[in-house]
Write a protein that binds this ligand. Structure first.
Ligand code: NAD
Length: 500
């Protein structure tokens, strides 16, 4: 779409805050309109109402961002580590200072509960920046003995990099890429999701205020098929870090293979198993299996969407799960309101997709325990929903729904549940509930997944790597391991000449 654009728009945030959001692309530390005049319309998923119109980048804008990133990289790679660290720490402080605005924008744009944004996503973003600030002066290598001399290795930045991010927890996932990328000395072009771009524009202002030199971070808003594709194909981008769907991930990998073979990391979807053994603390398992599929309306890649319960406690678990759902009051409504406990899902398309899966669940022979309907007729709200006795081959057991839909089934032995859990294209995150430490070791070792949480669900820590196996992708965010993706190793060999 191409329409005339104001330079900023005003969004109403929490407690009546009026938040000014720039509408341009953040290129070389300035907000500029797209060269093609293309725009994106941004909606509020609580109401379906329009929030405003912003610029949408095309291939020419991506090229402009790359030219800026080139000068950014030349400057940033030579900035001493401690100075980089100070800038990252300053950015963390600014996010803390502007948390109310950033949380409000995630709420009105992505439908994230303001309380979740403030209580989880923003503190995680801050912790991640502070963690990688600590790495900025610790990019060490090794010294190695070789015949007739010695060698040493050191880590160099990859160069001009890009990150394409999704709409769920958008600030946090952006920081998962930005913090290690900058600590390692790269310049970065970020493309936010067309479904939740506003946080990124506010965040761009903080990038400038933190003293990040022009060109080190460029932020573009735009569609996946145009801006995202142009980033994937660009010959001068050396690395692309992606979080999103497998469909887009495949296109990115294909574009990279047909252009400059840029380094790609893919953080894709999941269908996480939560395994409840009969020796667990049942109250604890009930709590986390509920949170695991209802947090952010199940729109979490690590969601515990398949719940396997041992047959000896199956009916007891089901009754208690139903009872918990009935006795936990759900307040659906405006995610900005701090008393709301259920916001909308992100878009009309996502809403319809979830309702379609629920229909498939109803026809699959599974037992509907609760939920199963939309809430109200305005905005994109869906009831928390659970099915029991879900057949192994039902679509709701096999496919990522990305909604608040739990699929529960029973198992009898440890071997059986390991085989069920691993019978999936995905392998991102799993949870197990048991008080037997030996069983916990055996099962975690046998699960094909990037992360397992014992007696809780999907905890996130800046110092612990997160990422998947199988079709959940490859590469890691967070932890020391993420730095591998944002650096290359150079080996230098010295041949020592004999004394003359
Ligand atoms: P999506 O793939 O539709 O979009 C993600 C991003 O990719 C957006 O910025 C979009 O514009 C861009 N994109 C779309 N098509 C593209 C293309 N052809 N080329 C380049 N970029 C393109 O995903 P989504 O709906 O925003 O997010 C939901 C998905 O993300 C789910 O599958 C979820 O599991 C996954 N996810 C994974 C993680 C993880 O860490 N593994 C975290 C969050 C979300």
């Amino acid at each position: 779409m191409s329409i005339s654009l104001t330079s900023s728009l005003i969004v109403s945030g929490v407690h009546g805050r009026q938040i000014t959001v720039p509408t341009g692309l953040f290129i070389h530390s300035e907000f500029v309109p797209s060269l093609t005049g293309q725009t994106l319309t941004v909606d509020n998923p609580s109401t379906g109402d329009k929030l405003g119109t912003i610029s949408a980048a095309g291939a020419e804008d991506i090229d402009r961002a790359v030219q800026s990133a080139k000068t950014g990289f030349d400057a940033w790679r030579n900035v001493p580590g401690p100075v980089k660290a100070r800038i990252l720490l300053k950015l963390a402080d600014l996010i803390e200072e502007h948390a109310q605005d950033l949380g409000s924008l995630e709420a009105v744009d992505a439908g994230t509960l303001f309380t979740d944004s403030i209580g989880l996503n923003i503190p995680q973003s801050i912790a991640c920046l502070r963690y990688y600030a600590g790495w900025a002066d610790k990019m060490d290598g090794k010294t190695l003995e070789i015949d007739g001399g010695f060698a040493y290795t050191y880590r160099e930045p990859v160069g001009i990099c890009a990150a394409i991010v999704p709409w769920n927890a958008p600030l946090m996932i952006t920081i998962w890429k930005l913090a290690p990328a900058l600590a390692a000395g790269n310049s970065l072009i970020i493309k936010s999701s067309e479904l939740s771009p506003l946080y990124a524009l506010k965040f761009a202002e903080l990038i400038k205020e933190a003293g990040v030199p022009a060109g080190v971070v460029n932020i573009v808003t735009g569609e996946g098929a145009s801006a995202g594709q142009a980033l994937s194909e660009h010959m001068e981008i050396r690395k692309l870090a992606f979080t999103g769907s497998a469909t887009a991930g495949r296109k990115i990998l294909q574009a990279a293979s047909q252009t400059n073979l840029k380094k790609v990391s893919l953080e894709l979807g999941g269908k996480g198993p939560s395994i409840v053994f009969d020796d667990c603390d049942l109250e604890n398992a009930l709590l986390w299996t509920r949170i695991g599929i209802t947090a952010n309306n199940g729109q979490i890649c690590a969601a515990g969407s398949r719940i396997y319960v041992q047959d000896t406690i199956y009916e007891r678990f089901i009754e208690a799960y139903k009872h918990d759902a009935a006795s936990t009051s759900t307040v659906a409504g405006d995610p900005l309101d701090t008393s709301t406990t259920k916001g909308p899902v992100v878009s009309q398309a996502q809403h319809q997709k979830i309702l379609d899966y629920i229909q498939q669940g109803k026809k699959s022979g599974a037992r509907l325990l609760f939920g199963g309907e939309r809430i109200g007729n305005k905005g994109y709200f869906v009831q928390n929903t659970a099915f029991a006795d879900v057949p192994d081959d039902a679509s709701i057991m096999r496919e990522e729904i990305f909604g608040p839909v739990a699929s529960i089934a029973k198992f009898s032995t440890e071997d059986e549940v390991i085989s069920k859990a691993n019978d999936s294209l995905h392998g991102l995150s799993a949870a197990i509930f048991t008080n037997d430490v030996n069983r916990a070791h055996r099962v975690t070792k046998s699960l094909e997944t990037g992360q397992v949480t014992v007696n809780a669900w999907a905890m996130l820590n800046a110092n612990v790597p997160f990422g998947g196996v199988k079709e959940s992708g490859f590469g890691r965010d967070m932890g020391e391991e993420a730095l591998e993706g944002w650096t290359t190793v150079k080996a230098v060999k010295y041949h020592i000449l004999p004394r003359l």
